[in-house]
Design a protein around this ligand. Sequence first.
Ligand SMILES: [Zn+2]
Length: 159
Amino acid sequence: MVSTVRLVIDKNDTWSWNLCRSGIFSTKSLTKQVMVKCFPPSASNVATQRNNFAPIKVGVFLWRARRNRLPVLVELDKRGIDLHSVLCPLCDKVVETVNHALFSCDKVREVWVKVLNWWGIDSSQHDIDNMLSGNLPLQCSKVGENIWQAMVWISTYLI
Ligand SMILES: [Zn+2]
């Protein structure tokens, strides 16, 4: 659906901003419309997700990863860059996508298992994908949940 921004001149020759009910322009209403139109609601929630335990560059990296904006081989190929192969250079078995490069490659899985072992978590007892999507295998406080999330984010960044 395409919507247009219209400024309506009423009978008193005034301007009306149709993107909000009051008819008064505000940068907040414009920002809200840009976010809704440019990013799906689920993506816009992720875009604003922050963690005070993780550096900003890590948050930006994850923001890019969630939108497939990292220069993995399949994305470079889509942009017309001539590549010898789009297979993952680590395992040479599967096309290198963002998800494969950061989470599902067998070589990367080995790193995740070590990270989880460092936390005292037996990765054979838990679903790694479930944990990486934010579900903790441990009972802990809100601060502990934030630390867990920061650990997952930073580990993803470093991988
Ligand atoms: Zn791989």
